[in-house]
Design a protein around this ligand. Sequence first.
Ligand SMILES: [Zn+2]
Ligand SMILES: [Zn+2]
Length: 220
Amino acid sequence: MSLKNKFCPKCGHEAKELNNGLCAKCYYQDNQIRVPKEIVLTICKKCNSILSKGKWIKTDSWKLYLTEELTKRIKLPKEVILDNIKVVETGEEGKVRLWLAINDEVFTESRRISIIVREKMCSTCNIKKSKQWNSKIQLRTDDKLIKKILKLLPKKYVIRIKPVTNGVDIYFSDKDKGKSFAKKVKSNYNLKSKSSFEQRGWDRLKNTSHKLPVILLKSD
Ligand SMILES: [Zn+2]
Ligand SMILES: [Zn+2]
């Protein structure tokens, strides 16, 4: 036995350092690591923002944020350092793995914790989405008739009216509202119509890009 070494009174093993009178292993066994039972996160998957105390905060990754939150909430005995933490599973029956250092020794354990991740669109993404058009009418006729038609627009669904050569482009937030308005105007004012579409983004469900109806209305 070297003079520097001490004995753990609990297990009798030699140890370079004692923690509160115990070797690292006995200290680890005797002192409970307190992990929260539940953690609830509200995230915006579109932009990786997190809802925290009523405010949306931008993050690089919500998973990283979750680990940071857990680190803050785990209560450790004085001599224990949280070396690493990994989220193994999310959900009601979630699981985290902890690496705990005492002196030079690292202990590892898994803990059950329910990790509830709720998805919600954040305010910024919501505004962005509401400004996106989903159908468009290209109205090409004389000014007098254009004025008349503009008065009939379902304003609630109109995002923008853009003057162009020979007429106006009318952008609708709703796909069907643009189409139905075009249909109505066409028959009421005896206009000719031609339908096409513009592509935007990607529709994962249909495995194709979003097709947005564009209706050209013009007088003969
Ligand atoms: Zn011991
Ligand atoms: Zn967002």
